[in-house]
Write a protein that binds this ligand. Structure first.
Ligand code: HDE
Length: 694
């Protein structure tokens, strides 16, 4: 069954449709197609007697159940997928011979999987972590997999260190704790012994590690790739995904609570948005660098711990991706999709980045264990829409039936077919390489701190506060003091003030100052510089009780819905409330089944009786206080303002930031407009919230 608001099906949708299984109105059979008499009672010798081995349905049913699990991904185990399409704005033929980037009229089908890195398949969505952002483009020239993250750098410079890094990051091997968290000794031990990680670690300590939604985070190809055009000219390229809804984050206390209240928070948001027709959209952009210019940056483009600041090389928007269909089945699609970094189409090539090179092996290799053999490309979600012909054969689960033909090349039995395409096929960029075989890191990879400093310098005050708090939280969970100390010794190389602020919170010696902060910054890195966006997909809780003023609810609900936000009425019990004018307002959720952390904004409407009932309900008062603490937009209408007082919220100056009020004579469009603008502002981190007990 497809989603209600799906656009016209892509070639991939059509291909997948032929594999769709529809059981409705059908007779139950065994895997062999034999009709089943009864699936609730096993075959026994007498109703109370022993079960008979003869019962082939019982044996098959239990056998299939016993083998339902496959190994979860060794990293990025927890993920959520969506179908959609990508369309280029204008031909990029002068840069690349990739056909899907040449024709603006072509909609290339895509399947995207967003993921966390550390946690197991069943772990919570809102942990502090990097998010995977992997896209499979089903192009007419075969599959192109852009397997990126929501942060533009990586922890290590050489893929050979990846197993060590992941072992240190994952739960510690003696007791398998902690789950889905970097706040433990082995992670901080490793990163403090591998200073190349410092740039990525500061990103991880920032709010970028807590995306509000998969549709509100950036994506990056991370490595430098190549575009190669028809003349064989290569241009270095960095890929960027920019979310149309803007880049927005949760705050850490909120993220931790969401992990308990709704561990599926990001997954649910993605699913619900697509079902509601609020399709997540991303713009694909590229930074293009002539190979001849590659040396001008003061760092190495092959070093994956570095970014090219957008102010130095602007991101050129090249196309748009829309995610408009939820998968039909989680296992068949999201779990079995096999992204492989090696999957590139003509016109896109690799560089010598040693991380990229190691990945070219790993992704192909890991699927053998994960998907049970070499034929994983035949699983429907992995099949290209481009035709597939070669002499690779057999192995577990081989689908096609090569019909009476030669299985080698060259041959004369099948007219020599299939024939390689020659230069019309994929041509590896003929880079000239030479050098002694050595295990060495180039000198150009040696600077581990200056871009971490640039990131720190580029943050607003509240972003800096969040970063310091994150280091303090994480290091506060590290048992060994010498590891904490070693980390702050690195931080002082980034910024002395940062190191001192962190040291003060974790009971270690403040390190000495080593050199001056270079004061370079890249404003594009700060979320504070990203302008407010639409309120599409934002969830708004409206707290109601009997006696609520319907006139301060209904127009607001209508206005929010018109902007594709998701207002919900919450009351002490599910069902409906009776408004002051005697009308009935349906309740969407009982307040006790939800929490403020599951909403972006909260409104308390007018109505004296309702406000009195709400202020006597500790859950409702806490709801308001917590939303305030988490810097969320709040709206109080008329008597609803009693909740502000009951929650002991401060007033005046920055305390009022993001709080919209209206007098009790109904809802003017002024309140609605102001509230909508406030929701678009997302969070008001300048509020003084330390004293709020929530
Ligand atoms: Fe991965 N990574 N990775 N990685 N990675 C995997 O492949 C690996 C790296 C990324 O939704 C695995 O199919 C090595 C960077 C994403 O299915 C595995 C190295 C970036 C996903 C693997 C890296 C990523 C993976 C596990 C160092 C950002 C999830 C299952 C050389 C550019 C894809 C799988 C999905 C998954 C190996 C580093 C992103 C084990 C060896 C850098 C988004 O093959």
């Amino acid at each position: 069954m497809s989603s209600p608001r799906q656009n016209s099906p892509t070639s991939k949708d059509e291909q997948l449709a032929s594999y769709r299984l529809d059981n409705r109105g059908k007779v139950m059979t065994t895997d062999q197609g034999i009709p089943v008499q009864d699936t609730d009672n096993s075959l026994k010798a007498g109703a109370r007697g022993p079960t008979l081995l003869e019962d082939f349905h019982l044996r098959e049913k239990i056998m299939r159940f016993d083998h339902e699990r496959i190994p979860e991904r060794v990293v990025h185990a927890r993920g959520s997928g969506a179908h959609g399409y990508f369309q280029v704005y204008e031909s990029l033929a002068e840069l690349t011979c990739a056909e899907f980037l040449a024709d603006p009229s072509v909609r290339t089908p895509v399947f995207v999987r967003f993921s966390t890195v550390q946690g197991s398949r069943g772990s919570a969505d809102t942990v502090r972590d990097v998010r995977g952002f992997a896209t499979k483009f089903y192009t007419g020239q075969g599959n192109f997999d852009l397997v990126g993250n929501n942060m533009p750098v990586f922890f290590i410079q050489d893929g050979i260190k990846f197993p060590d890094f992941v072992h240190a990051l994952k739960p510690e091997p003696y007791h398998e704790m902690p789950q889905a968290a970097s706040a433990h000794d082995s992670f901080w031990d490793f990163v403090s012994l591998a200073p190349e990680s410092m740039h990525h670690v500061i990103w991880l300590m920032s709010d970028r590690a807590l995306p509000r939604s998969f549709a509100m985070m950036q994506g990056f190809g991370v490595h430098t790739f190549r575009f190669i055009n028809a003349q064989g000219t290569s241009t270095f390229v960095k890929f960027h995904w920019k979310p149309v809804l803007g880049t927005h984050s949760l705050v850490w206390d909120e993220a931790q609570k969401v992990a308990g209240k709704d561990p599926d928070f990001n997954r649910r948001d993605l699913w619900d948005s697509i079902e509601a027709g609020n399709f997540p959209e991303f713009e694909l952009g590229v930074q293009l660098i002539d190979e001849a210019d590659a040396d001008r940056f003061g760092f190495d483009l092959l070093d994956v711990t570095k970014i090219i600041p957008e102010e130095e090389v602007p991101v050129r928007p090249i196309g748009r991706m829309v995610l408009n269909r939820n998968p039909d089945n989680f296992f068949a699609e999201t779990e079995q999709v096999a992204f492989c970094v090696q999957n590139v189409v003509p016109g896109i090539g690799f560089t010598d980045d040693p991380m990229l090179q190691a990945r070219l092996f790993s992704y192909l290799d890991t699927q053998l264990t994960r998907l049970g053999g070499p034929n994983f490309a035949q699983i429907p979600i992995n099949r290209p829409v481009a035709p597939m012909h070669n002499h690779q054969q057999d192995g577990f689960h081989a689908d096609p039936i090569p019909a009476r033909q030669a299985n080698y090349h060259p041959n004369s039995i099948s007219d020599g077919s299939p024939e390689p395409a020659g230069d019309a096929g994929y041509v590896h960029y003929p880079e000239i390489v030479q050098g002694p075989k050595i295990r060495k890191r180039p000198e150009s990879f040696a600077d581990h701190y200056s871009q971490a400093t640039m990131f720190w310098n580029s943050m607003s005050d509240w972003e800096k506060r969040h970063i310091v708090a994150a280091y303090r939280f994480e290091l506060g969970k590290v048992e060994r003091k010498h590891i904490r100390q070693r980390v702050v010794e690195h931080l002082t190389q980034i910024d002395h003030g940062l190191a001192v602020a962190v040291a003060e919170g974790i009971g270690v010696q403040a390190p000495a100052k080593v050199g001056e902060n270079h004061d370079r910054r890249s404003p594009a890195l700060s979320q504070a510089n990203m302008p407010p966006d639409s309120i599409k997909g934002r969830k708004v809780a409206i707290l109601v009780a009997d006696g609520v003023d319907a006139a301060s609810v209904t127009p607001l609900v209508d206005a929010l819905r018109a902007q594709h936000a998701v207002p919900e009425l919450l009351a002490a019990a599910d069902g409906a409330v009776t408004a002051a004018d005697g009308s009935t307002l349906p309740v969407d959720r009982a307040i006790t089944t939800m929490a403020s952390v599951l909403y972006d904004a909260v409104v308390v409407p007018d109505g004296v009786t309702a406000a009195e009932a709400l202020r006597a309900d500790g859950y409702a008062v806490h709801f308001v206080a917590e939303a305030y603490k988490h810097a969320k937009p709040l709206g109080f209408v008329g008597a609803g303002a009693q909740l502000w007082t009951a929650a002991h919220l401060p007033t005046g100056g920055t305390a009022d930031a993001g709080v919209v009020t209206a007098e009790g004579d109904g809802l003017g469009s002024q309140f609605i407009d102001a509230f909508i603008t406030t929701i678009a502002g997302h969070r008001f981190n300048e509020r003084p919230v330390d004293a709020i007990a929530a």
